[in-house]
Design a protein around this ligand. Structure first.
Ligand code: NAD
Ligand code: UDP
Length: 339
C-alpha cells in the first residue's frame, strides 16, 4: 500500500479515483485549489469509503505549498489531474491555460524532483492524436497539433514529461490518454458537476433531462458516420479511475515514460447516446440539430489493446451503465453538489 498525492482530487475524475484508491487500501492526500470543485465531493468520498483522506487546499503552481506537502507526508507517487479543461475558454484565455496546465505541471514535477518522488500518472487526452489518423487510434500513431489551446497544453506536458524521463532514469511516468469519461459512482453521491453551461455532451444531456436546459444542440448531422452525428468512445468514470490504479501499479515496478489509451474501443454517435439515454432512463431529451462545432472531428475511438495487455486493465461497464449512472447522479443532485 502506498501514499498517493492526488492533484485535482476534488474534481470529477479525481474524486472517483480517490474512492478506488481508498478502497484498495492506499493513503490519499488531495491537493486542489477548488477552482472547479467543492470539498463536498471529498466529504462524500470519505462517506462512501468509510475512510479518511487528507485534504490540502492549494495550487500546483505554488512551489512552497508543494514542498511543505512533500515534507509532511511520505508520498510514494502522484496522480496529476489538476488543471483547466474547458476547450472554448482555452481559446479566449490561452495564457491562463498555459499557466495552470503547463507551468503548473512543471512546478509539480520540479517539487517531485526536490522531494525525490519519481512516480507520476498524468491525465492526458485523446485530443493529442493527429487528426489525420483514423480510428481506432493506437499509441504508435503520430500526435499532431491539437485544434485548441487546451489540447495543446496536454501535448506539451506529455512531451515535457517524456524528455524529463529521458534525462533521468529514476522517473517512471504514465500518460493516460482518456477518451470520453462519463457516468458516475453507482451510489449517485459523486458525479460530474460542471460550472455554468456544460461543454460536454453527457452533462448537457442530463441537464436537459432534469429540466435545467431547454434542449440539446447536436453539433452536426452531416458527418461521414452511421447517422451523420459525431462518434466518440465513452468510458465509465469508474473504469477510468481503475485505470489509474493499474497504471500506478505498473509504474511502481517500471521506469521510463509510456502512453496508454483509456477507452472502451467502441464508438457511439451523439444520436445513439441520446436515444439510449432516453430508453435506459425512460426520460425525454429534447434536441435540435445545430451546425458543426469548430475543432470537432467526425469519429474518435480507441484501440485499447496496449492498456489491456500491459496494465491488466479492462473496462467493465457498457454504455447503458454509463447513461443510467449519469442520470442517477443528476436526478439525486439536480444542481450538483449545491443540492
Ligand atoms: P475537473 O475540473 O472536475 O477536475 C480538475 C480539478 O483540478 C478541479 O477540482 C480543480 O479545482 C482543480 N484545479 C484546477 N487548477 C488547479 C491548480 N492550478 N491547482 C490545484 N488544483 C487545480 O476535471 P476532470 O474532468 O476531473 O479532469 C481531470 C483531468 O483529466 C484534467 O487534467 C483534464 O484536463 C483531464 N481530462 C479530462 C477529460 C474529461 O472529459 N473530463 C478528458 C481528458 C482529459
Ligand atoms: N456534442 C453535441 N452537443 C453538445 C456537446 C457535444 O452534439 O452540447 C457532441 C460533439 O460534437 C461530439 C460529442 O458530442 O461529437 C462529444 O463531445 P464532448 O464535448 O462531450 O467531447 P469531445 O469528444 O469533444 O472531447
Amino acid at each position: 500500500m502506498a501514499n498517493i498525492l492526488v492533484t485535482g482530487g476534488a474534481g470529477y475524475i479525481g474524486s472517483h479515483t480517490c474512492v478506488e484508491l481508498l478502497n484498495a487500501g492506499h493513503d490519499v492526500v488531495v491537493l486542489d485549489n477548488l477552482s472547479n470543485s467543492s470539498v463536498e465531493s471529498l466529504n462524500r468520498v470519505q462517506e462512501l469509503t468509510h475512510k479518511s483522506l487528507t485534504f490540502v487546499e492549494g495550487d500546483i503552481r505554488d512551489g512552497k505549498t508543494l514542498d511543505q506537502l512533500f515534507g509532511l507526508y511520505q508520498i510514494d507517487a502522484v496522480i496529476h489531474f489538476a488543471g483547466l479543461k474547458a476547450v472554448g475558454e482555452s481559446q479566449q484565455i490561452p495564457l491562463t491555460y498555459f499557466d495552470h496546465n503547463i507551468a503548473g505541471s512543471i512546478s509539480l514535477v520540479q517539487a517531485m524532483q526536490r522531494a525525490e518522488v519519481f512516480k507520476l500518472v498524468f491525465s492526458s487526452s485523446a485530443t493529442v492524436y493527429d487528426e489525420a489518423n483514423s480510428s481506432p487510434l493506437n499509441e504508435s500513431m503520430p500526435t499532431g497539433m491539437p485544434s485548441n489551446n487546451y489540447g495543446y497544453t496536454k501535448l506539451i506536458v506529455e512531451q515535457l514529461l517524456e524528455k524529463t524521463s529521458q534525462a533521468d532514469v529514476r522517473w517512471s511516468i504514465a500518460l493516460l490518454r482518456y477518451f470520453n469519461p462519463v457516468g458516475a459512482h453507482k451510489s449517485g453521491r459523486i458525479g460530474e458537476d460542471p460550472q455554468g453551461i456544460p461543454n460536454n455532451l453527457m452533462p448537457y444531456v442530463t441537464q436537459v433531462a432534469v429540466g435545467r436546459r431547454d434542449k440539446l444542440s447536436i453539433y452536426g448531422n452531416d458527418y461521414d458516420t452511421v447517422d451523420g452525428t459525431g462518434v466518440r468512445d465513452y468510458i465509465h468514470v469508474v473504469d477510468l479511475a481503475n485505470a489509474h490504479l493499474c497504471a500506478l501499479n505498473n509504474r511502481l515496478e517500471q521506469h521510463g515514460c509510456r502512453a496508454w489509451n483509456i477507452g472502451t474501443g467502441n464508438g457511439s454517435s451523439v444520436l445513439e447516446v441520446k436515444d439510449a439515454f432516453e430508453k435506459v432512463n425512460a426520460v425525454a431529451v429534447a434536441f435540435e440539430f445545430a451546425p458543426r462545432r469548430e475543432g470537432d472531428v467526425a469519429t474518435s475511438f480507441a484501440d485499447n489493446a496496449r492498456a489491456v495487455a500491459e496494465l491488466g486493465w479492462k473496462p467493465q461497464y457498457q454504455l447503458e451503465d454509463m447513461l443510467a449512472d449519469s442520470w442517477n447522479w443528476q436526478k439525486q443532485n439536480p444542481i450538483g453538489y449545491k443540492s
